[in-house]
Design a protein around this ligand. Structure first.
Ligand code: SF4
Length: 231
């Protein structure tokens, strides 16, 4: 499993895939990566230390992901992220979080007040029906402005049955109104019951990709390892 990489296009940054105690939610119908977890905090810290050692601060910008939410990382790892970022002159840190932790974000921002913290929400789509009844994302709120509160960035999931060019375009437009940056993940076959839909993916490639492939505010992962981490 690759856990360190550099993203050299658009918003350049280093990225680390750390390991936490595990996603507390685990119900997203499209997800099978929450298996990358361990209940032993010492083992996690050991692994995470080895990954964080690779950070060189080249871009002053570091994204930290952990197959779940930042709040599932152990305290020592959180402390080491701070120390590493300070030592390497990193100004901006990105963390991911499920919506259910939204009320803990202000305290995290305080804890990381020396840095520009970017919180990324796993949103997948603004389409409430698709998001909650099919993807089982666990974001009961329907008001997109309320959903976006506390978050700076968001992940979207495209390429599944029920989407088309219009719905994907609406998600991108609303996403760019409400967030500084968005990341589009194209559904790849995994062990979950949600399958990639070829027609929807082809529509994305034909109608949407050319519009946003050079947009600085839009990361597009046609394959889920495009950031260079994961397996
Ligand atoms: S997508 Fe994220 S929040 Fe949902 S089950 Fe997977 S790890 Fe948990």
């Amino acid at each position: 499993m690759e856990r360190y990489s550099k993203i050299t296009e658009k918003r350049k940054r280093e990225i680390v895939l750390l390991r936490g105690s595990g996603c507390v939610y685990k119900k997203c119908a499209f997800c099978d990566y929450y298996h990358d977890s361990c209940k032993n905090e010492e083992e996690n810290f050991l692994l995470n230390s080895q990954v964080l050692e690779k950070v060189d601060g080249q871009y002053g910008d570091l994204e930290i992901i952990n197959s779940g939410s930042v709040f599932e990382l152990d305290k020592d790892t959180i402390e080491l992220i701070k120390q590493t970022a300070k030592a390497k002159g990193i100004k901006t840190l990105h963390f991911e979080s499920h919506y259910l932790y939204r009320n803990r974000i202000p305290a995290l921002r305080k804890e990381f007040c020396d840095f520009d913290l970017k919180m990324k929400l796993g949103l997948e789509t603004f389409d409430n029906e698709l998001r909650e009844n099919v993807l089982k994302k666990g974001i009961p709120e329907k008001d997109c402005y309320v959903i976006a509160q506390n978050f700076d960035e968001a992940n979207f999931l495209f390429g599944i049955k029920g989407q088309d060019s219009n719905t994907m375009l609406n998600d991108i437009k609303t996403g760019l109104e409400l967030f500084e940056r968005i990341c589009i993940n194209i559904m790849c076959k995994n062990t979950s019951k949600i399958l990639p839909d070829k027609d929807v993916i082809n529509a994305f490639i034909k109608d949407i990709y050319p519009l946003y492939k050079n947009d600085y505010r839009v990361d597009i992962l046609l394959n889920n390892t495009d950031f260079g981490v994961g397996d």
